[in-house]
Write a protein that binds this ligand. Structure first.
Ligand code: GAR
Length: 194
């Protein structure tokens, strides 16, 4: 048995991908990864409700003073809280903030992000809507290492999703989320084997 790879998950929203990771762990599909903590930057984020359900600590950490980035006092609070977990991997699962060099250096080479497009296409906000409006016939999702370039770090893996004639923005989003729920646990399990 490998030494557990300690995983901290950061999210801002409903937490369906954190849920997929926790389910994978419960079902023995996460390799030697061990999810040790969930953090959210939104006090009522759905991701926080997963903690009690899966027996993993879950906590809101105040990201102030900025709205869309993590810098200054908020960044320091996150670095301290995550460091206290001694993580081997920090997973951004719908964490909707731009990370700055202080945070990136604190966890260099250990931060991965999930993005709902086939990067480098459609980085940034509303990636699914961007792809939909552009009329692409294949889109999908990406897991990549996080660097200072937003959505620009080395790609770990991707899953493709076809846009069918009958799709709507809503059905496309549902297909991409389903692909994410398979891709992210598979990447984490693979990383845990290294
Ligand atoms: C996911 O679709 C993820 O790819 C996206 O946020 C969603 C989180 O959903 N992330 C980004 O857009 C980051 N740029 P969830 O809270 O249900 O896991």
């Amino acid at each position: 048995m490998l030494t557990p790879m300690r995983v901290v998950i950061l999210g801002s929203g409903r937490g369906s991908n954190a849920g997929a990771l926790l389910r994978a762990q419960a079902e023995g599909r996460l390799g030697s990864a061990k999810i040790v903590q969930l953090f959210a930057d939104v006090p009522d984020a759905g991701i926080l409700a997963l903690g009690p359900r899966f027996g993993v600590p879950a906590e809101f950490v105040d990201p102030a003073p900025f709205k869309t980035k993590l810098e200054g006092a908020g960044e320091e609070r996150y670095i301290a809280a995550i460091n206290a977990c001694a993580p081997d991997l920090v997973v951004l699962a719908g964490f909707m903030r731009v990370l700055k060099p202080g945070f990136l250096h604190a966890f260099a080479g250990k931060i991965i992000n999930l993005h709902p497009s086939l990067l480098p296409s459609f980085p940034g906000l509303d990636a699914i809507g961007q792809a939909w409006r552009r009329g692409v016939k294949v889109t999908g999702c990406t897991v990549h290492y996080v660097t200072t370039e937003v959505d620009g770090g080395p790609i770990l893996d991707q899953a493709a999703v076809r846009v069918e004639p009958a799709d709507t923005l809503e059905t496309l989003a549902a297909k991409i989320h389903a692909a994410e729920h398979a891709l992210l646990p598979a990447v984490v399990a693979r990383l845990s084997a290294r």
